[in-house]
Design a protein around this ligand. Structure first.
Ligand SMILES: C[S@@+](CC[C@H](N)C(=O)[O-])C[C@H]1O[C@@H](n2cnc3c(N)ncnc32)[C@H](O)[C@@H]1O
Length: 356
Protein backbone atom coordinates (compact mmCIF):
# COMPACT_ATOMS: atom_id res chain seq x y z
CA UNK A 1 0.00 0.00 0.00
CA UNK A 2 1.31 3.51 -0.81
CA UNK A 3 1.92 5.81 2.15
CA UNK A 4 0.35 9.02 0.87
CA UNK A 5 1.49 10.96 3.93
CA UNK A 6 4.98 10.74 2.46
CA UNK A 7 3.80 11.73 -1.01
CA UNK A 8 3.16 15.23 -2.34
CA UNK A 9 -0.61 15.91 -2.57
CA UNK A 10 -2.23 16.30 -5.99
CA UNK A 11 -2.42 20.08 -5.47
CA UNK A 12 1.30 20.08 -4.53
CA UNK A 13 2.08 18.20 -7.74
CA UNK A 14 0.18 20.70 -9.84
CA UNK A 15 2.02 23.55 -8.06
CA UNK A 16 5.48 21.93 -7.94
CA UNK A 17 5.48 21.00 -11.61
CA UNK A 18 3.81 24.32 -12.53
CA UNK A 19 1.13 22.36 -14.41
CA UNK A 20 -1.34 24.67 -16.07
CA UNK A 21 -4.30 22.88 -17.54
CA UNK A 22 -4.31 22.55 -21.33
CA UNK A 23 -7.69 23.21 -22.91
CA UNK A 24 -6.87 21.25 -26.06
CA UNK A 25 -6.40 18.11 -23.92
CA UNK A 26 -9.66 18.72 -21.98
CA UNK A 27 -7.77 18.91 -18.72
CA UNK A 28 -10.21 19.34 -15.83
CA UNK A 29 -8.79 17.72 -12.74
CA UNK A 30 -10.41 16.10 -9.72
CA UNK A 31 -8.45 16.98 -6.61
CA UNK A 32 -11.04 15.77 -4.09
CA UNK A 33 -10.08 12.24 -3.07
CA UNK A 34 -13.64 11.55 -1.82
CA UNK A 35 -14.83 11.95 -5.41
CA UNK A 36 -12.02 9.96 -7.00
CA UNK A 37 -12.67 7.14 -4.48
CA UNK A 38 -16.39 7.30 -5.30
CA UNK A 39 -15.60 6.86 -9.04
CA UNK A 40 -13.35 3.88 -8.31
CA UNK A 41 -16.03 2.35 -6.06
CA UNK A 42 -18.38 2.32 -9.09
CA UNK A 43 -15.98 -0.10 -10.81
CA UNK A 44 -16.88 -2.79 -8.24
CA UNK A 45 -14.35 -5.08 -6.60
CA UNK A 46 -10.98 -4.43 -8.26
CA UNK A 47 -8.75 -5.86 -5.54
CA UNK A 48 -6.03 -8.08 -7.00
CA UNK A 49 -7.13 -7.01 -10.48
CA UNK A 50 -5.54 -5.51 -13.59
CA UNK A 51 -6.62 -1.97 -14.30
CA UNK A 52 -6.03 0.50 -17.10
CA UNK A 53 -6.63 4.15 -16.33
CA UNK A 54 -7.15 6.52 -19.24
CA UNK A 55 -5.67 10.01 -18.75
CA UNK A 56 -4.36 9.90 -15.15
CA UNK A 57 -3.19 13.55 -15.23
CA UNK A 58 -1.92 14.52 -11.76
CA UNK A 59 -3.07 11.16 -10.38
CA UNK A 60 -6.21 11.64 -8.24
CA UNK A 61 -8.02 8.56 -9.57
CA UNK A 62 -4.68 6.74 -9.87
CA UNK A 63 -4.20 7.02 -6.11
CA UNK A 64 -7.75 5.88 -5.40
CA UNK A 65 -7.16 2.80 -7.61
CA UNK A 66 -3.84 1.99 -5.91
CA UNK A 67 -5.56 2.18 -2.51
CA UNK A 68 -7.62 -0.82 -3.60
CA UNK A 69 -4.54 -3.01 -3.71
CA UNK A 70 -4.72 -3.93 -7.37
CA UNK A 71 -2.21 -6.30 -8.89
CA UNK A 72 -1.24 -3.95 -11.70
CA UNK A 73 -2.30 -0.48 -12.77
CA UNK A 74 -1.45 0.73 -16.27
CA UNK A 75 -1.98 4.39 -17.07
CA UNK A 76 -1.99 6.03 -20.51
CA UNK A 77 -1.29 9.76 -20.51
CA UNK A 78 -0.73 12.02 -23.52
CA UNK A 79 0.69 15.00 -21.68
CA UNK A 80 4.41 14.48 -21.02
CA UNK A 81 4.33 17.00 -18.13
CA UNK A 82 2.51 14.49 -15.88
CA UNK A 83 4.98 11.66 -16.38
CA UNK A 84 7.56 12.71 -13.69
CA UNK A 85 4.92 12.99 -10.95
CA UNK A 86 3.37 9.68 -11.97
CA UNK A 87 6.86 8.21 -11.79
CA UNK A 88 7.11 9.31 -8.14
CA UNK A 89 3.86 7.47 -7.48
CA UNK A 90 5.13 4.39 -9.33
CA UNK A 91 8.35 4.33 -7.27
CA UNK A 92 6.30 4.56 -4.08
CA UNK A 93 4.12 1.57 -4.95
CA UNK A 94 6.75 -0.92 -5.91
CA UNK A 95 6.28 -0.30 -9.61
CA UNK A 96 2.87 -1.93 -9.81
CA UNK A 97 1.97 1.32 -11.57
CA UNK A 98 3.10 1.18 -15.22
CA UNK A 99 3.15 4.44 -17.11
CA UNK A 100 2.57 4.71 -20.86
CA UNK A 101 3.10 8.05 -22.53
CA UNK A 102 0.88 8.16 -25.63
CA UNK A 103 -2.48 8.76 -27.20
CA UNK A 104 -5.16 6.40 -25.93
CA UNK A 105 -7.00 6.62 -29.26
CA UNK A 106 -4.31 4.58 -30.98
CA UNK A 107 -3.02 2.61 -28.01
CA UNK A 108 -3.19 -1.19 -28.19
CA UNK A 109 -4.56 -2.17 -24.77
CA UNK A 110 -4.51 -5.89 -25.43
CA UNK A 111 -0.84 -6.19 -24.47
CA UNK A 112 -1.51 -4.73 -21.00
CA UNK A 113 -3.39 -7.74 -19.70
CA UNK A 114 -1.41 -10.75 -20.90
CA UNK A 115 -0.74 -11.80 -17.28
CA UNK A 116 -4.35 -11.48 -16.22
CA UNK A 117 -6.61 -14.50 -15.90
CA UNK A 118 -9.07 -14.50 -18.78
CA UNK A 119 -12.66 -15.69 -18.53
CA UNK A 120 -14.89 -17.25 -21.14
CA UNK A 121 -17.24 -14.71 -22.63
CA UNK A 122 -20.43 -16.13 -21.17
CA UNK A 123 -18.92 -16.63 -17.69
CA UNK A 124 -18.35 -13.89 -15.08
CA UNK A 125 -16.26 -10.83 -16.01
CA UNK A 126 -12.46 -11.10 -15.64
CA UNK A 127 -10.74 -9.04 -12.94
CA UNK A 128 -9.74 -6.47 -15.58
CA UNK A 129 -11.09 -2.93 -15.48
CA UNK A 130 -10.91 0.24 -17.54
CA UNK A 131 -11.37 3.39 -15.51
CA UNK A 132 -10.98 7.05 -16.40
CA UNK A 133 -12.05 10.61 -16.07
CA UNK A 134 -11.99 11.00 -19.84
CA UNK A 135 -10.97 14.10 -21.74
CA UNK A 136 -14.31 15.32 -23.18
CA UNK A 137 -12.90 16.01 -26.62
CA UNK A 138 -12.19 12.33 -27.28
CA UNK A 139 -14.79 10.61 -25.08
CA UNK A 140 -17.30 9.80 -27.86
CA UNK A 141 -14.80 8.46 -30.46
CA UNK A 142 -13.12 6.51 -27.66
CA UNK A 143 -16.31 4.81 -26.45
CA UNK A 144 -17.25 3.96 -30.05
CA UNK A 145 -13.78 2.41 -30.49
CA UNK A 146 -14.25 0.38 -27.28
CA UNK A 147 -17.77 -0.71 -28.29
CA UNK A 148 -16.39 -1.96 -31.59
CA UNK A 149 -13.70 -3.90 -29.69
CA UNK A 150 -16.42 -5.37 -27.41
CA UNK A 151 -18.40 -6.42 -30.48
CA UNK A 152 -15.29 -8.07 -31.99
CA UNK A 153 -14.00 -9.36 -28.62
CA UNK A 154 -10.59 -7.79 -29.20
CA UNK A 155 -8.25 -5.66 -27.05
CA UNK A 156 -9.22 -5.86 -23.35
CA UNK A 157 -12.30 -7.89 -24.41
CA UNK A 158 -10.14 -10.72 -25.67
CA UNK A 159 -9.94 -11.74 -21.99
CA UNK A 160 -13.72 -11.77 -21.42
CA UNK A 161 -16.42 -9.25 -20.53
CA UNK A 162 -14.11 -6.52 -19.17
CA UNK A 163 -15.99 -3.75 -17.33
CA UNK A 164 -15.49 -0.03 -17.83
CA UNK A 165 -16.14 2.93 -15.54
CA UNK A 166 -15.77 6.19 -17.42
CA UNK A 167 -16.86 9.81 -17.18
CA UNK A 168 -18.70 11.75 -19.89
CA UNK A 169 -20.31 15.12 -20.22
CA UNK A 170 -23.64 14.70 -18.34
CA UNK A 171 -25.76 15.07 -21.51
CA UNK A 172 -23.68 12.42 -23.30
CA UNK A 173 -24.00 10.07 -20.30
CA UNK A 174 -27.78 10.61 -20.31
CA UNK A 175 -27.90 9.76 -24.02
CA UNK A 176 -26.03 6.52 -23.38
CA UNK A 177 -28.65 5.28 -20.92
CA UNK A 178 -31.76 6.84 -22.55
CA UNK A 179 -34.54 4.31 -23.05
CA UNK A 180 -37.24 4.24 -25.75
CA UNK A 181 -39.29 7.50 -26.05
CA UNK A 182 -36.78 9.43 -23.94
CA UNK A 183 -35.94 12.74 -25.63
CA UNK A 184 -32.22 12.04 -25.12
CA UNK A 185 -32.45 8.75 -27.06
CA UNK A 186 -29.76 8.80 -29.76
CA UNK A 187 -27.26 6.76 -31.75
CA UNK A 188 -25.17 6.36 -28.58
CA UNK A 189 -28.13 4.87 -26.63
CA UNK A 190 -28.52 2.05 -29.14
CA UNK A 191 -24.81 1.45 -29.69
CA UNK A 192 -24.13 1.24 -25.92
CA UNK A 193 -27.24 -0.66 -24.86
CA UNK A 194 -27.16 -3.27 -27.59
CA UNK A 195 -23.69 -4.35 -26.41
CA UNK A 196 -23.60 -3.48 -22.69
CA UNK A 197 -25.57 -3.09 -19.51
CA UNK A 198 -25.08 0.66 -19.23
CA UNK A 199 -25.63 2.46 -15.89
CA UNK A 200 -25.33 6.14 -15.07
CA UNK A 201 -23.94 5.86 -11.54
CA UNK A 202 -23.85 9.50 -10.39
CA UNK A 203 -23.33 13.04 -11.57
CA UNK A 204 -20.38 15.22 -10.54
CA UNK A 205 -21.07 18.97 -10.64
CA UNK A 206 -18.69 20.94 -12.85
CA UNK A 207 -17.65 22.96 -9.77
CA UNK A 208 -15.83 19.89 -8.41
CA UNK A 209 -13.20 20.14 -11.19
CA UNK A 210 -10.13 22.37 -11.50
CA UNK A 211 -10.43 24.40 -13.65
CA UNK A 212 -14.25 24.43 -13.56
CA UNK A 213 -15.70 23.33 -16.94
CA UNK A 214 -19.02 24.68 -18.29
CA UNK A 215 -20.61 21.27 -17.83
CA UNK A 216 -21.52 18.62 -15.27
CA UNK A 217 -20.13 15.12 -15.60
CA UNK A 218 -21.78 11.68 -15.47
CA UNK A 219 -20.00 8.52 -14.32
CA UNK A 220 -21.08 5.57 -16.47
CA UNK A 221 -20.45 1.88 -15.76
CA UNK A 222 -20.50 -0.60 -18.66
CA UNK A 223 -20.72 -4.38 -18.41
CA UNK A 224 -20.66 -6.16 -21.81
CA UNK A 225 -23.72 -8.35 -22.41
CA UNK A 226 -23.29 -12.10 -22.85
CA UNK A 227 -25.22 -11.84 -26.12
CA UNK A 228 -25.46 -8.55 -28.04
CA UNK A 229 -29.04 -7.46 -28.59
CA UNK A 230 -28.37 -7.04 -32.33
CA UNK A 231 -26.52 -9.99 -33.83
CA UNK A 232 -24.92 -8.16 -36.74
CA UNK A 233 -21.36 -6.90 -37.35
CA UNK A 234 -20.56 -3.61 -35.61
CA UNK A 235 -20.15 -1.71 -38.90
CA UNK A 236 -23.66 -2.67 -40.07
CA UNK A 237 -25.25 -1.63 -36.76
CA UNK A 238 -23.24 1.58 -36.64
CA UNK A 239 -24.28 2.50 -40.16
CA UNK A 240 -28.00 1.76 -39.81
CA UNK A 241 -28.32 3.36 -36.36
CA UNK A 242 -26.29 6.41 -37.43
CA UNK A 243 -28.50 6.94 -40.48
CA UNK A 244 -31.80 6.41 -38.63
CA UNK A 245 -30.89 9.14 -36.13
CA UNK A 246 -29.71 11.41 -38.90
CA UNK A 247 -32.99 13.33 -38.89
CA UNK A 248 -33.92 13.02 -35.22
CA UNK A 249 -37.24 14.86 -35.41
CA UNK A 250 -38.46 13.44 -38.72
CA UNK A 251 -40.19 10.21 -39.64
CA UNK A 252 -37.68 7.42 -40.27
CA UNK A 253 -38.70 7.02 -43.92
CA UNK A 254 -36.57 10.13 -44.60
CA UNK A 255 -33.48 8.96 -42.74
CA UNK A 256 -33.65 5.32 -43.88
CA UNK A 257 -33.81 6.63 -47.46
CA UNK A 258 -30.27 7.99 -47.04
CA UNK A 259 -28.96 4.40 -46.93
CA UNK A 260 -29.96 3.80 -50.56
CA UNK A 261 -29.64 5.48 -53.97
CA UNK A 262 -32.87 7.20 -54.98
CA UNK A 263 -33.07 5.19 -58.20
CA UNK A 264 -33.50 1.96 -56.17
CA UNK A 265 -36.84 2.70 -54.41
CA UNK A 266 -37.52 -1.02 -54.05
CA UNK A 267 -34.77 -1.26 -51.38
CA UNK A 268 -36.42 1.34 -49.18
CA UNK A 269 -39.76 -0.44 -49.59
CA UNK A 270 -38.12 -3.75 -48.65
CA UNK A 271 -36.72 -2.26 -45.42
CA UNK A 272 -40.19 -1.38 -44.17
CA UNK A 273 -42.08 -4.32 -45.64
CA UNK A 274 -39.72 -6.96 -44.23
CA UNK A 275 -39.26 -5.35 -40.81
CA UNK A 276 -42.99 -4.57 -40.44
CA UNK A 277 -41.99 -1.13 -39.13
CA UNK A 278 -44.17 1.88 -39.85
CA UNK A 279 -42.11 4.29 -42.01
CA UNK A 280 -43.79 7.19 -40.21
CA UNK A 281 -42.24 6.22 -36.85
CA UNK A 282 -39.78 8.70 -35.30
CA UNK A 283 -36.28 7.46 -34.32
CA UNK A 284 -36.83 7.71 -30.53
CA UNK A 285 -39.94 5.51 -30.83
CA UNK A 286 -37.95 2.51 -32.06
CA UNK A 287 -36.96 -0.28 -29.66
CA UNK A 288 -33.53 -1.95 -29.90
CA UNK A 289 -35.31 -5.04 -31.19
CA UNK A 290 -36.75 -2.96 -34.06
CA UNK A 291 -33.29 -1.53 -34.79
CA UNK A 292 -32.15 -5.17 -34.90
CA UNK A 293 -34.75 -5.96 -37.57
CA UNK A 294 -33.66 -2.95 -39.65
CA UNK A 295 -30.03 -4.10 -39.36
CA UNK A 296 -30.89 -7.67 -40.44
CA UNK A 297 -32.77 -6.55 -43.55
CA UNK A 298 -30.06 -4.01 -44.38
CA UNK A 299 -27.35 -6.69 -44.01
CA UNK A 300 -29.37 -8.96 -46.29
CA UNK A 301 -29.69 -6.17 -48.89
CA UNK A 302 -25.91 -5.57 -48.69
CA UNK A 303 -25.30 -9.26 -49.38
CA UNK A 304 -27.44 -9.05 -52.50
CA UNK A 305 -26.08 -5.63 -53.61
CA UNK A 306 -22.50 -5.40 -52.24
CA UNK A 307 -22.03 -1.80 -53.47
CA UNK A 308 -24.86 -0.58 -51.21
CA UNK A 309 -22.75 -0.64 -48.03
CA UNK A 310 -20.36 1.92 -49.55
CA UNK A 311 -23.17 4.10 -50.85
CA UNK A 312 -22.72 7.56 -49.36
CA UNK A 313 -25.59 9.92 -50.00
CA UNK A 314 -23.34 12.87 -49.12
CA UNK A 315 -20.77 12.11 -51.82
CA UNK A 316 -20.60 14.60 -54.71
CA UNK A 317 -21.99 12.06 -57.20
CA UNK A 318 -24.86 11.09 -54.92
CA UNK A 319 -25.77 14.70 -54.26
CA UNK A 320 -25.76 15.35 -58.03
CA UNK A 321 -27.95 12.28 -58.53
CA UNK A 322 -30.34 13.49 -55.83
CA UNK A 323 -30.49 16.93 -57.50
CA UNK A 324 -31.11 15.31 -60.90
CA UNK A 325 -33.75 12.98 -59.40
CA UNK A 326 -35.62 15.92 -57.82
CA UNK A 327 -35.37 17.93 -61.03
CA UNK A 328 -36.77 15.03 -63.07
CA UNK A 329 -39.59 14.57 -60.54
CA UNK A 330 -40.47 18.29 -60.79
CA UNK A 331 -40.33 18.19 -64.62
CA UNK A 332 -42.59 15.17 -64.77
CA UNK A 333 -45.05 16.83 -62.35
CA UNK A 334 -45.02 19.96 -64.53
CA UNK A 335 -45.66 17.79 -67.57
CA UNK A 336 -48.64 16.14 -65.81
CA UNK A 337 -50.06 19.53 -64.82
CA UNK A 338 -49.66 20.80 -68.38
CA UNK A 339 -51.54 17.77 -69.71
CA UNK A 340 -54.34 18.29 -67.16
CA UNK A 341 -54.55 21.95 -68.17
CA UNK A 342 -54.71 21.11 -71.88
CA UNK A 343 -57.45 18.55 -71.19
CA UNK A 344 -59.46 21.08 -69.14
CA UNK A 345 -59.10 23.69 -71.93
CA UNK A 346 -60.27 21.14 -74.49
CA UNK A 347 -63.30 20.25 -72.30
CA UNK A 348 -64.24 23.94 -72.07
CA UNK A 349 -63.88 24.39 -75.85
CA UNK A 350 -65.99 21.26 -76.47
CA UNK A 351 -68.70 22.46 -74.07
CA UNK A 352 -68.72 25.92 -75.65
CA UNK A 353 -69.13 24.50 -79.17
CA UNK A 354 -71.94 22.25 -77.91
CA UNK A 355 -73.96 25.23 -76.64
CA UNK A 356 -73.12 27.53 -79.58
C1 LIG B 1 -10.27 15.30 -17.60
S1 LIG B 1 -8.52 15.11 -17.33
C2 LIG B 1 -8.53 13.94 -16.01
C3 LIG B 1 -7.26 13.93 -15.23
C4 LIG B 1 -7.28 13.07 -13.97
N1 LIG B 1 -7.59 11.70 -14.25
C5 LIG B 1 -8.26 13.61 -12.97
O1 LIG B 1 -9.35 13.03 -12.82
O2 LIG B 1 -7.95 14.64 -12.35
C6 LIG B 1 -8.12 14.16 -18.80
C7 LIG B 1 -6.68 13.64 -18.84
O3 LIG B 1 -6.51 12.92 -20.06
C8 LIG B 1 -5.31 13.32 -20.72
N2 LIG B 1 -5.53 13.15 -22.17
C9 LIG B 1 -6.14 14.00 -23.04
N3 LIG B 1 -6.18 13.47 -24.27
C10 LIG B 1 -5.58 12.25 -24.18
C11 LIG B 1 -5.30 11.21 -25.11
N4 LIG B 1 -5.68 11.33 -26.40
N5 LIG B 1 -4.67 10.10 -24.67
C12 LIG B 1 -4.29 9.97 -23.38
N6 LIG B 1 -4.52 10.93 -22.44
C13 LIG B 1 -5.16 12.04 -22.83
C14 LIG B 1 -5.13 14.76 -20.31
O4 LIG B 1 -3.80 15.17 -20.44
C15 LIG B 1 -5.62 14.72 -18.85
O5 LIG B 1 -4.59 14.35 -18.01
Amino acid sequence: MVDYLLMPTISDIIRLFKLRSQKKLSQNFLLDMNLTRKIVKCAGNIEGGYVCEVGPGPGGITRAILEKDVKQLNVIEKDQRFIPSLQILSDACDHKLKIYHGDVLDFDMEKLFTEAESQEWDKKSPNIHIIGNLPFNISTPLIIKYLEAISNRTGPWKYGRTKMTLTFQKEVAERMVATILNKRRSRLSIMCQHLCETHLKFVIPGTAFVPVPMIDVGVVHFVPLRTPMISQPFKIVEKVVGHVFHYRQKMIKHSVQTLFPLDMPELLEKMFAETCIDPETRPIQLSIEEFGRLCHVYAHICEQHPHIFDYDYRSKESLNEIKQFRLNRRLSRMHELQQELEKAEKDVTDKKSKFA
